[in-house]
Design a protein around this ligand. Structure first.
Ligand code: SF4
Length: 340
């Protein structure tokens, strides 16, 4: 019997069943974070809706993504989505930037049906200046994006998890379901429809050494910049129920150094053209997130945030710490012990 692939085995184990008991009338999480609209720093309201989640995560999923754990195991009804929205609006205080995620694709009808999508967008229209959601590229069409653009009096921003412009990295290391060209084509469609396109780029998928990961992101910034309005470098953090966690637990994966984020931004800034380039590392400074030696993490994270918010990358130039030399050495020598 052919053994199941690691990715498919991990996917099967992490997904909640339809009788998971998760309360479908409650969203997963909501919080406010600092963002920027142009040169202005603004508060952003972030909302994670509870839906059936990403269909690709059922079959195999991406090597670093454990969001399926926050899903229902079945589609939420329009009434349940309406309740989640009503609860979220109690927490919303007219923050000018709104980001709504679903642990999958906002534009997939199985996660959020079309009338519910429009109701959600309308609820923030006239109150927020920009509304962002994330989707897989195949769902970003004139039929799905057009009505939302018309429903929102402000900027609509469509985020796409491009991760890498290298087809081999994307297919074999990240395990995405579509090639980079599909993401670039979706960005073109989105912009033609009058919305902004934002790409998430993954720093250090499994099986890449630290230096290879930096090169991959920097090249991806250069190749994606002409097609997107904004690029966000997302260093891997270890999520539960993922291939990355499987490797991490066996000592086969170290989350990226913050020095690698600094390097990716410094080099990327020279190649970003007119696109915004940002990074807001999740779990920064923690063992399961991107981290340095511990002594310099807070300082380096503050500089990364400042550079991202203000698009002033000079703040990254003067940074140093004794651990920077270890990072330089490790960049070239990191023993992965795993064959891709
Ligand atoms: S990263 Fe996106 S496409 Fe990949 S499994 Fe997670 S939600 Fe699905």
């Amino acid at each position: 019997m052919t053994p199941e692939s690691l990715a498919r085995e991990v996917a099967r184990d992490r997904r909640p069943g339809p009788a998971s008991g998760a309360d479908a009338s409650r969203f997963v999480n909501a919080w406010v974070e600092t963002e920027a609209l142009g040169a202005e720093r603004v508060p952003a309201f972030v909302l994670i809706l509870r839906t059936r989640g990403c269909y690709w995560a059922d079959a195999k999923g991406c090597s670093m993504c454990g969001y399926a754990r926050d899903t229902l195991g079945r589609s939420a009804t329009p009434a349940e989505l309406g309740e989640q929205l009503a609860r979220a609006l109690h927490r919303y205080h007219d923050e000018p930037y709104v980001k709504v995620y679903t642990s999958g694709s906002f534009l997939d009808d199985r996660e959020v049906d079309a009338p519910s999508r429009e109701a959600i967008v309308r609820a923030f229209s006239g109150r927020a200046r920009r509304f962002l959601f994330e989707t897989l590229p195949e769902f970003a069409t004139a039929e799905t994006v057009g009505p939302l653009r018309d429903a929102f009096a402000g900027e609509l921003e469509v985020a796409l998890g491009l991760e890498s412009t290298d087809p081999v990295v994307l297919a074999r290391f990240v395990h995405k379901n579509a090639p980079p060209s599909d993401y670039l084509a979706a960005a073109d469609r989105v912009r033609r429809l009058g919305a902004r396109a934002k790409a998430y780029l993954l720093l250090k998928p499994p099986y890449l050494a630290e230096s290879e990961a930096i090169d991959d992101v920097v090249r991806s910034v250069a190749e994606a910049a002409p097609r997107f309005d904004a690029l966000s470098v997302n260093p891997v953090h270890i999520q539960g129920g993922t291939v990355v966690e499987w490797l991490f637990r066996r000592g086969r994966y170290r989350p990226p150094w913050l020095w690698s984020v600094v390097e990716a931004l410094r080099e990327g800034a020279r190649r970003r053209g007119t696109a915004r380039l940002v990074s807001f590392p999740t779990a920064g400074g923690l063992p399961r997130g991107p981290h340095n030696c511990g002594a310099c993490d807070a300082r380096v994270l503050a500089a990364i945030e400042e550079a991202s918010l203000d698009q002033r990358f000079e703040v990254l130039e003067g940074l140093d710490c004794a651990c920077r030399e270890s990072w330089r050495t490790g960049c070239r020598l990191e023993p992965l012990g795993v064959e891709a």
